[in-house]
Design a protein around this ligand. Structure first.
Ligand SMILES: C[S@@+](CC[C@H](N)C(=O)[O-])C[C@H]1O[C@@H](n2cnc3c(N)ncnc32)[C@H](O)[C@@H]1O
Length: 178
């Protein structure tokens, strides 16, 4: 996961997510609910589990802002739509009616205004009540309380994935009162 030239706060991890964490995230997707966007795909550690969960290649769109990781993703997944852009650009690109968003972004490393703009763009692109699935290494929800309150988000969390390095928890956020 190390990438020279990127700010550590943008990457947020020194090793890619492990297979058990990838599967824990991917099993929270309903592939029949509509297209899926993965934001912060990095080297594609979660991408393969999203595809294995039954999301068709034509229904999976990746956002990754780091050019070197994008080139790598394009080599690994030539059939996927890959935007080498910021997740916040989803709206500008007219992406909507998504069945789920899977996020590998280090949201807790980001200032509140950046976290707010990413989360707000995500929920504009999702169908009503469709989930944003996000992991965290910490003990608190990875979207700040103020942002959850502003956007009307509720969440449920998985059991701790102890076999990941570092151990992680998967949160599933939904917009319930907008
Ligand atoms: C912790 S890595 C996660 C990689 C992989 N999904 C995983 O779980 O191992 C976070 C990735 O998010 C990307 N990133 C950070 N901020 C972003 C943004 N606003 N839009 C798109 N990608 C972003 C970074 O370049 C980095 O590749």
């Amino acid at each position: 996961m190390r990438q020279m030239g990127s700010a550590p706060s943008d990457i947020g991890a020194i090793v890619p997510s492990g297979p058990l964490l990838g599967r824990t995230m991917a099993t929270r997707i309903d592939p029949s609910n509509g297209p899926v966007v993965e934001i912060g795909s990095g080297t594609g550690a979660l991408t393969k589990h999203i595809l294995a969960a039954g999301v068709a290649s034509k229904d999976l769109i990746l956002f990754e802002m780091n050019r070197k990781f994008c080139d790598l993703l394009q080599e690994k997944y030539p059939n996927l739509a890959i935007h080498c852009r910021m997740a916040q650009d989803m709206e500008e690109l007219g992406i909507k009616d998504l069945g789920a968003i899977v996020s590998g972004l280090p949201l807790l490393n980001m200032p509140e205004n950046v976290q707010h703009s990413i989360t707000s763009a995500a929920f504009k692109a999702l169908k009503p009540t469709a989930p944003m699935i996000q992991f965290t290494y910490g003990s608190k929800p990875p979207i700040m309380e103020q942002v959850c309150s502003d956007l009307g988000l509720t969440w449920e969390k998985s059991p701790r994935v102890w076999l990941n390095l570092p151990p992680a928890t998967v949160y599933t956020f939904r917009q319930t009162n907008q």
